[in-house]
Design a protein. Structure first.
Length: 246
C-alpha cells in the first residue's frame, strides 16, 4: 500500500501514510525503513519519495496483489459472476478480482473474452467455456496483454457484460487505474459491452491511481463490499449507477 501511494503521488508524508493505510506511525516508519533498505523508495524529512530513475507508472506484481484482501475480492467476484447469464458473452478485464470471477464461471456455457493471461490460466482446460483471447503486447508483471492490438480487437467484439477492475474509486466518481497502458483497454471493454460492471473491493474505495478510466454514470453497475465507504457508495448512487453490495 505504501508503494502504491508513493507511486501515485510522487511523495507523501509519514502522517498521511498512517492515515491512508489505517495503521500506526510506528508501523509506517518500520515498513518505510524496510522499503528504503530494499531500494524501493527514498526517505526524506517527514516522509518518503520515489527514487530517481524509478518508473512512476510501476505497480506491484500480480502475485503480490493477488494475496491482498482475498475474502473481500471473492465476495465481489461471486456477485459479479451471478450477473452473467448462461449463453452470454462476458468481457473480463485484467486483474486479481476478475481472475476470481473466471473461477466462478468455470463449467458454465458462456463465452469469455479477455486480455488477462490469469483468466486464460483459469479457463484454458474448461471445454464448456468458449474462450476468446485478445492479442497485444505482453505485460509480464501483471499477466496481461495491452496496446493498440488489444484495443483494435475489442472493436470487433460485442459482449453482453464487461467486468472491469480498478485500483481506486474516488468520492467524485472517478474510476482510476494505476498504470497508463491498461486504461485504454478498460475503456474499450466498456465500449464493447451492453452492460459495464466495475468490481472494487472495499479497500478500493477510495484506493489510489494515476489515470482516470471513466466516471460514475459512464458505467452501469458497481459491485463492492458492504464494508465499503458509505459516502462514496451514496455518491455513486446519486449518478443513477446501480450499486450491488457483496
Amino acid at each position: 500500500m505504501i508503494l502504491t501511494r508513493v507511486r501515485a503521488q510522487g511523495s507523501v508524508t509519514v502522517d498521511d501514510l498512517a492515515t491512508q493505510c489505517g495503521v500506526s506511525l510506528a508501523t509506517v516508519r518500520r515498513d518505510v525503513a524496510e522499503l528504503a533498505a530494499q531500494g524501493q523508495l527514498r526517505r526524506v524529512h517527514g516522509g518518503v519519495t520515489l527514487l530517481e530513475g524509478k518508473d512512476p507508472d510501476a505497480s506491484p506484481g500480480f502475485e503480490a496483489v493477488a494475496q491482498r484482501d482475498t475474502p473481500l475480492k471473492l465476495a465481489v467476484a461471486r456477485r459479479a459472476a451471478r450477473l452473467v447469464a448462461d449463453g452470454a458473452t462476458v468481457a473480463l478485464d485484467i486483474g486479481t478480482t476478475t481472475q476470481l470471477v473466471a473461477r466462478e464461471l468455470r463449467g458454465r456455457p458462456v463465452t469469455v473474452v479477455t486480455a488477462s493471461l490469469a483468466v486464460v490460466d483459469v479457463l484454458r482446460h474448461d471445454t464448456t467455456v468458449e474462450l476468446i483471447v485478445l492479442g497485444g503486447v505482453l505485460r509480464r508483471s501483471y499477466h496481461s496483454l495491452v496496446g493498440v492490438l488489444t484495443e483494435d480487437a475489442l472493436r470487433q467484439i460485442h459482449a453482453q457484460v464487461a467486468i472491469v477492475g480498478t485500483s481506486g474509486l474516488q468520492a467524485d466518481g472517478r474510476v482510476l487505474d494505476s498504470t497508463l497502458v491498461e486504461a485504454p483497454v478498460k475503456r474499450a471493454l466498456i465500449a464493447a459491452s451492453d452492460r459495464s460492471v466495475i468490481v472494487a473491493d472495499a479497500h478500493k474505495l477510495p484506493g489510489t491511481g494515476t489515470v482516470c478510466v471513466c466516471r460514475a454514470g459512464e458505467f452501469d453497475t458497481l459491485i463492492t463490499n458492504r464494508s465499503a465507504d458509505p459516502e462514496i457508495i451514496e455518491a455513486v448512487r446519486k449518478t443513477r449507477t446501480e450499486v450491488l453490495l457483496a
